[in-house]
Write a protein of this length. Structure first.
Length: 195
């Protein structure tokens, strides 16, 4: 059985905690949305920061809003190598034992001891769709991306929440490797037992 979902190719970005945002942008500063993302309440902001390690820098890292409880940076493998990091592939929010960086904004700097990940390829599903497909939160599935370089991704993490919009996320390295296009429809491959 197959189910089609829209693809989102996720460029490198940062989610900031409220406290870290204030240190970087000043007391009373706010994020200015420039583009709504597909997931409800999520947006790309006008604000950007630079991140540093002892061996490199990435300038202009886009902040995604709104602010979160914990600062998290999501990089593609090529981005991480550029600044000498080897972060693990993790689900969002699973930051224990991950590398840290220095973050620079217009009003100051913040040093985080952990928080850099390569995000697991994943699919957002609302609760009703997940129930219809008989998949559960944190289950792994396969996804076929057709086109000029057809590929099947294994170990695609299912994330389920009532307000999610169905969408698959991969990073730019994965998207470029298979010549995928943002917002193309991809095929979730469910096991034969579910048909």
């Amino acid at each position: 059985m197959a189910y089609k979902v829209k693809l989102g190719i996720s460029a490198r970005h940062i989610h900031l905690s409220g406290g870290d945002f204030e240190k970087l942008f000043g007391l009373g500063a706010v994020l200015h949305p420039v583009k709504a993302l597909r997931q409800p309440g999520q947006y790309a902001s006008e604000e950007r920061v630079d991140i540093f390690t002892s061996t490199g820098v990435i300038h202009g890292l886009r902040i995604l809003g709104p602010v979160r409880k914990q600062t998290q940076i999501e990089l593609a493998p090529a981005d991480a190598r550029k600044i000498g990091l080897n972060p693990p592939v993790r689900d969002s929010g699973d930051l224990a034992g991950t590398p840290g960086v220095t973050i620079a904004g217009p009003q100051g700097q913040v040093v985080i001891s952990e928080g850099v990940i390569i995000a697991s390829r994943h699919i957002h599903l609302d609760t009703a769709t997940a129930a219809e497909l008989k998949v559960k939160d944190k289950e792994l599935v396969k996804v076929r991306i057709k086109g000029k370089r057809c590929v099947v991704f294994e170990d695609v993490l299912i994330r389920v929440r009532d307000d999610f919009m169905p969408e698959m996320h991969i990073d730019t390295d994965e998207g470029n490797a298979c010549l995928a296009e943002n917002e193309e429809m991809v095929e979730v491959i469910l096991s034969v037992a579910r048909q």
